[in-house]
Structures are given as structure tokens and as C-alpha cells.
Design a protein around this ligand. Structure first.
Ligand SMILES: C=C1C[C@]23C[C@@]1(O)CC[C@H]2[C@@]12CCC[C@@](C)(C(=O)O1)[C@H]2[C@@H]3C(=O)O
Ligand SMILES: O=C(O)CCC(=O)C(=O)O
Ligand SMILES: [Fe+2]
Length: 379
């Protein structure tokens, strides 16, 4: 069984389309990128709301608010996503990481391909792994970093990789600290304390936790209504911390409302509940289904920090949350195994680790999961 994050995809290599176009040279949307009409830019579209009553917009939480723990608990239960302000990450660092991503994606295609992700690897340049589940290509490029970016950055920028490595390494350190703080707020809001999480380590600092950085680029698109930046998915994480530049594009799916745009707020970071927190909370903090759409005039960038437990630690619902009427809904799974499951089953990954209920005669998908699956627009 794989034990490091970088081994997670050994058993599930993806051979994605080898051709990477120079997006800027395309005046028309090639058929291979045409998904059919999306409704995100249609006039009067009710399915992509961004502003409205506060009930219909993603919660914004000030981390210095004395009530932050309760606000976060409510946001996790009802949205699976929230924005945070006063999070302690400096604007300088956010600007630096954004310009690192901009410099990277502006390199010529042949240069970026020198750091191409291998079919069974985690790090490097390429399409999102989930691309293999769709007949059409996504209007985006990605670059994944696990651990030190040094070796690959040296290929990309033979002369001046040093400054970019420093920025990424500092960003990884800062994200890790923020993730620990958010973890304790999210777990605390579930009534989980330090003694309940042995894998957080003796100092409760999640020292052995793992993380990946995903840089995403969504160039301006000649036909945005028919293109998809990043298809609807949930993250296979405990939580994800997302920085987006000043261009909107992230949408989250909410039952009963549909797609809701998460507006860029200066200095705010977006926090997604991932599938592993969904499992730990026994489904009470559902992972959020989200996607990225594109636009005609602006280049959008985002940087996601995908945070998970130690790669070989078994994750299962906290026993404190279980009882005679709350049986565990998910079987134990390691992050590494779960990433492999996602690579194989994509949107069925969470229900594939759901425990069978004997009353259902072994039928795997229970009522709630069923509703979630129906929300996936591609189903
Ligand atoms: C740790 C990881 C989560 C991720 C796969 C990865 O190895 C690094 C990239 C992550 C990402 C980002 C875009 C969406 C996503 C579904 C994908 O294809 O690559 C996620 C993966 C995930 O959360 O499952
Ligand atoms: O670009 C975005 O807003 C979404 C990125 C994302 O979902 C991811 O990297 O997992
Ligand atoms: Fe995501």
C-alpha cells in the first residue's frame, strides 16, 4: 500500500492528451474544448448567484472574531465553504505567490512541458487529473507542487529559480500554519478536542500532515459559455485554502440554490471542506462541490493549498460523534488510498468508502449521498 502522497497514483496512472495548446493563440474555441452551453453567463441565469441576501452568499468570517468557532461550525454544516479575513497571511506573500504562478504559466509551452507531471506522478505541469473522466478538455492549465519545488523549477527557470522556490516554500510554511489553526477551529466546532486526535501529534501541531499546492491558470476564453475551466468536483482533502486573483470564476453548488459564485474579496482566503473532513465528521460537515468557470476578457489565477492527514494515517468518523442512532457511515481510509480511489472512481469515491447498511441489503448509496450525486451536473 502506498505510504507517501507522491505514491498515491502509482496504481492509477492517467495518460492525458499530450497536446497543450498556447491558449492565447486561439481565436475560436476548438471543438475539443466545447462542453455545450453552460448557463453561467446567460442573462437572468438563476443558477450563478453572487450577490443577494446573506443567506445566499458564502459566509465571510473574521478569524479574530471571538465567535469565529461557532461561525465556522455553522458555515461547515450549511455551506461546506467560507471565506476568512484577518487570517495572518500577508498581502505581500499573496501577491508574490500570484506573480510566481503568472510567471510560470507565461512560459512558452515547450518550457512548461520540461516539468510535465508524469502519468503516475503528483507534481508538475499538466491538466487536472480529473480531466481523464471527461470527453472534453478544460480551459485551464495546472501545476502541482508537493514538498520542495526545487528540481522542477530548475528545469523551468535555469537562471532564476531561486526566488520562485523561496516564495513557494514560504507560502507552504504559512499555509501549513493556517491549516493547523483552521483544523482546530473546525474540529473544535464539532466538539472534538486535542485528546481525540492522536495523529495530530504530541504538540497537537499536525506535524506529519501532508499538503499539496495547486497553481491554476484560466486564460481569457473566446467562448466562455461553452467552455469549462475546472469541472465540478470535491477536494479529496481535510480542507483546502484557496487564493483567487481579482477575477471571479469559482462557483460552489448548494442544494436548493444551485451554483453560487464566490466573489473575490481583497485579502480574503476561501476555505473548502474536503472529503476527509466529511468522513471524520460522519457526514455532518459535507464536502463542497465546486467548479471554475472562465470569462472572455480576463486571465484568472488561483492557488489552492490541499491539506490532508499524514498520508498513511487511517481516517474514520470520530468515535465521539457516534452512538446507537449515529452509526459510522464511512470505513477507515488513508489519504493515499483515497486519492487512488478518487483517481479510479472520481465522483463515486466518497460513496465507495461508505459503509453498507444491512437494512438496505448492501446498497451503498444512502439517501444523502444520493442527493449529492444527483447534483453533479455531469451525471
Ligand atoms: C493532493 C491532491 C488533491 C488533488 C490531487 C492532488 O494530488 C494534487 C492536485 C489536487 C487536484 C486539484 C484540482 C482538482 C483535483 C480533483 C485534481 O484533479 O487535482 C484535486 C485533487 C483532489 O482533491 O482529489
Ligand atoms: O480555481 C478555482 O477557483 C478552483 C480550484 C480548485 O478547485 C482546485 O484547485 O481544487
Ligand atoms: Fe477544488
Amino acid at each position: 500500500m502506498p505510504s507517501r502522497l507522491s505514491d498515491a497514483f502509482r496504481a492509477h496512472p492517467v495518460h492525458l492528451y499530450p497536446k497543450h495548446p498556447d491558449f492565447n493563440s486561439l481565436q475560436e474555441l476548438p471543438d475539443s474544448y466545447a462542453w455545450g452551453l453552460l448557463d453561467h453567463e446567460l442573462p437572468n441565469s438563476s443558477s450563478a448567484q453572487s450577490f443577494g441576501s446573506s443567506d445566499n452568499s458564502v459566509p465571510v468570517i473574521d478569524l479574530t472574531d471571538p465567535n469565529a468557532l461557532a461561525l465556522i461550525g455553522h458555515a461547515c454544516k450549511t455551506w461546506g465553504v467560507f471565506q476568512v479575513t484577518n487570517h495572518g497571511i500577508s498581502n505581500n506573500l499573496l501577491d508574490d505567490v500570484e506573480s510566481t504562478a503568472r510567471s510560470l504559466f507565461s512560459l512558452p509551452v515547450h518550457q512548461k512541458l520540461k516539468a510535465a507531471r508524469s502519468p503516475d506522478g503528483v507534481s508538475g505541469y499538466g491538466h487536472a487529473r480529473i480531466s481523464s473522466f471527461f470527453p472534453k478538455l478544460m480551459w485551464s492549465e495546472g501545476y502541482t507542487i508537493v514538498g520542495s519545488p526545487f528540481e522542477q523549477f530548475r528545469q523551468l527557470w535555469p537562471q532564476d529559480h531561486g526566488k520562485f522556490c523561496d516564495i513557494i516554500e514560504e507560502y507552504e510554511r504559512e499555509m501549513k500554519k493556517l491549516a493547523v489553526r483552521l483544523m482546530w477551529l473546525m474540529l473544535g466546532s464539532l466538539g472534538i478536542s486535542k485528546e481525540d486526535v492522536k495523529w495530530a501529534g504530541p504538540k497537537a501541531d499536525f506535524k506529519d500532515a501532508s499538503g499539496a499546492l495547486q497553481l491554476n491558470s484560466y486564460p481569457a476564453c473566446p467562448d466562455p459559455n461553452r467552455a469549462m475551466g475546472l469541472a465540478a468536483h470535491t477536494d479529496s482533502t481535510l480542507l483546502t485554502i484557496l487564493h483567487q486573483n481579482n477575477t471571479s470564476g469559482l462557483q460552489v453548488h448548494r442544494e436548493g440554490t444551485g451554483w453560487v459564485t464566490v466573489p473575490p474579496l481583497p485579502s480574503a482566503l476561501i476555505i473548502n471542506v474536503g472529503d476527509l473532513l466529511h468522513i471524520l465528521s460522519n457526514g455532518s460537515y459535507p464536502s463542497v462541490l465546486h467548479r471554475a468557470v472562465v470569462n472572455r476578457t480576463q486571465h484568472r489565477l488561483s492557488v489552492a493549498y490541499l491539506y490532508g492527514p499524514p498520508a498513511s494515517e487511517e481516517i474514520s468518523p470520530f468515535s465521539k460523534l457516534l452512538g446507537p442512532s449515529q452509526p459510522p457511515l464511512y470505513r477507515p481510509v488513508t489519504w493515499s488510498e483515497y486519492l487512488g480511489t478518487k483517481a479510479k472512481h472520481f465522483n463515486m469515491a466518497l460513496s465507495s468508502v461508505r459503509l453498507c447498511s444491512p437494512q438496505n441489503g448492501g446498497i451503498l448509496v444512502a439517501a444523502n449521498d444520493h442527493k449529492r450525486l444527483q447534483a453533479w451536473p455531469e451525471n
